[in-house]
Structure formats: C-alpha cells, structure tokens
Design a protein around this ligand. Structure first.
Ligand code: ZN
Length: 189
C-alpha cells in the first residue's frame, strides 16, 4: 500500500505526487483524501481542473461546508501558476487534459516549496500514454498507480475500454461509455 508516512508531514522543499490509473480507479477520491488531510493540518489548499472536464458541477468537489476544497476550472497550465499564489498544497484533477506546459508548472511550484498532488488517466482508450501524464510521472517524487476492477473477469484492471466507436482521444463519459478491463480482457475485447 501507499507509503502514507512519507507524505503526511510537510516537506519544506515541496514535492510532486502523481496518482495515475484508468477510469473508475478512484483517482479523484484519492486526490481529495490527500487534500482533506492537508486541510485538516490547516494548510491552504486548492484544486485545479481543466475546463474541458464538464462532467462534474463545481459543487461536486466543493461541498458547501467548512471543509470544502476550492476547485477552480482553468483553461491551461499557465493559469494554474497564476492562480495558485499562497497555496501550500495544489491539487490537479484530470491532468491528462492539460497541455504539456503543466510539467514545468508543477516542477516550478514544487521548487517553490509547494506540495503538488496530481490525479489523471495514465492511458487513453487505446492504451497509449495520455497528454502530460508520462512526463509528470517521470518528474514526480512519488507515483501511485490505482486500479479499477475488470468488468468482465473481476481481476485488477488498468485499461479504459471505450464502448462506442468514437475515435477522438478526448471523449468525456461515464459508466455507459467506458468499462475498465484487465490486460487479458482488453486484448481480447
Ligand atoms: Zn479481465
């Protein structure tokens, strides 16, 4: 399991953590769990997500209680740098939708002492590395791969199989559009 003790204390030098996995693997839940823990430690936190991800209303991440985590939709990675002033912990959700400039932005923030926690799809529906995720995983201090459960055989799944014929890399969808599959089932789909 994840080495929580390595991350539960603040690293003065900043750090980059990547939570990578397929659809339905619980990436965002893990991101929010870590952000909440930082919040309990009274650190200033904020989550940024690409504006393209319109599946969730803003209120889904920002539940309106005192423990809500501010979530800001942004157009590009430069906006993350501009808007994260004063944050001790910066969360990035659906990082695969960002431009490649996100890598430099995250390194810069970490160098400035910020704890950066990134959640994203490691592979697209074709099983190819998605957007800036491979580079982010390379520069990260910590990488956690989370997994879904294969819809066909019940073993551990890492592929997001698209159920429609749409060939575009970016197609937002939910349970009716994708199914998580293990390697064997993905290769015989
Ligand atoms: Zn399977």
């Amino acid at each position: 399991m994840f080495l929580e003790r390595d991350l539960s204390h603040r690293r003065p030098g900043g750090s980059i953590e990547v939570i990578a996995g397929s659809m339905f693997s619980g990436k965002t839940e893990e991101l929010i769990r870590r952000m909440r823990r930082a919040q309990f430690a009274r650190q200033k936190v904020e989550i940024f997500k690409a504006k393209i991800d319109i599946r969730y209303s803003e209120t889904e991440v920002v539940s309106h209680d005192e423990n809500s985590i501010p979530s800001t939709p942004v157009d590009n990675s430069a906006a993350v740098l501009l808007l994260s002033g004063g944050c001790e912990v910066v969360g990035i959700d659906e990082a695969q939708f960002f431009d490649k400039g996100l890598v430099d932005v995250c390194v810069r923030l970490a160098d400035q002492g910020v704890r950066v926690i990134i959640a994203g799809l490691d592979m697209d529906f074709k099983g190819k590395p998605f957007g800036p995720m491979p580079e982010l995983m390379a520069v990260a201090d910590y990488v956690t791969k989370v997994h879904a459960i294969c819809m066909r055989c019940g073993s551990v799944a890492q592929f997001s199989h698209r159920l429609s014929d749409n060939e575009k890399q970016v197609m937002l969808g939910e349970k009716n559009d994708y199914e998580p599959l293990c390697r064997r089932c993905y290769n015989t789909k």
